[in-house]
Design a protein around this ligand. Structure first.
Ligand code: SF4
Length: 242
């Protein structure tokens, strides 16, 4: 992509975020503190948009991922809101199944994601009109149908994926050009980063999400944040002029 096209892509993304702030307040951005999320964090905070940024602190994140919170504070003076799982739910799961039972079956893994991610996400989205994610279409087969604006039927609100059209190269071009702080694990072979026990580095040429839940087949690789009852929840693409 040449610089003119890239500038247009950035401008369109900023316009989307501005529209979220203007027309869908109160809106929140669910950041996983990955490279894509840092692009959106930079745009939101530099433009001082009233979109609250939060992350799901599952209790199983890498220290390097948690360090991104400090980098955001240093760079922008902003405290990302943290949503943690209900302690009693974690305790019951671990007591009954063990700390790392998610390796045993997809159901066990989804139950862990439900407790540590889905329930806290639902809490974070309560009372909001729209939420923003850093998902990109090119990230995996499960995201091939992603749209910039969608109706999230499960949460009964609008969901924005402003980077849906961005390539990985675009993300890194923005990060380098704007000196955006990022998770150092990206420099160590982790293009996609989740919880520490469920993420591994990938080899050159592997799918970018191959390191997530690597013991499962690609179709089951979503954490439930974007899937309900086994179906992706981005059912209805919405006109971007709405
Ligand atoms: S990614 Fe792994 S550790 Fe994190 S919530 Fe899901 S199953 Fe649990």
């Amino acid at each position: 992509m040449n610089e003119t096209d890239f500038a247009a892509l950035v401008a369109a993304t900023k316009e989307t975020l501005q529209r979220v702030a203007d027309q869908f307040a109160p809106a929140v951005f669910a950041s996983s503190l990955a490279a894509e999320d840092q692009v959106l964090t930079d745009m939101i905070l530099r433009s001082k948009l009233p979109i609250t940024i939060f992350t799901l602190e599952t209790g199983r994140l890498h220290a390097e991922t948690l360090a991104v919170l400090d980098r955001i504070k240093e760079t922008y003076g902003y405290d990302v809101e943290l949503y943690r799982p209900q302690p009693e739910a974690v305790e019951a799961y671990v007591k009954q199944n063990g700390l790392n039972a998610f390796y045993e079956s997809v159901d066990m893994r989804k139950e862990c994601c439900r407790i540590r991610k889905v329930e806290p996400l639902n809490r974070a989205l309560q009372g909001k009109r729209a939420w923003v994610t850093g998902q990109r279409r090119a990230q995996s087969s499960t995201r091939a149908e992603l749209h910039v604006q969608e109706q999230d039927e499960a949460h009964d609100m609008v969901k924005f994926n402003p980077l849906a059209d961005w390539s990985e190269e675009d993300v890194w071009h923005y990060i380098r050009s704007n000196n955006v702080p990022y998770n150092v694990l990206h420099d160590r072979g982790f293009p996609s980063i989740g919880c520490e026990p469920c993420t591994r580095a990938i080899q050159p040429g592997e799918d970018v999400r191959a390191g997530r839940w690597w013991w499962e087949n690609p179709e089951s690789k979503e954490c439930g944040l974007h899937v309900v009852d086994g179906k992706l929840i981005r059912i209805k693409p919405v006109s971007t002029t709405a």
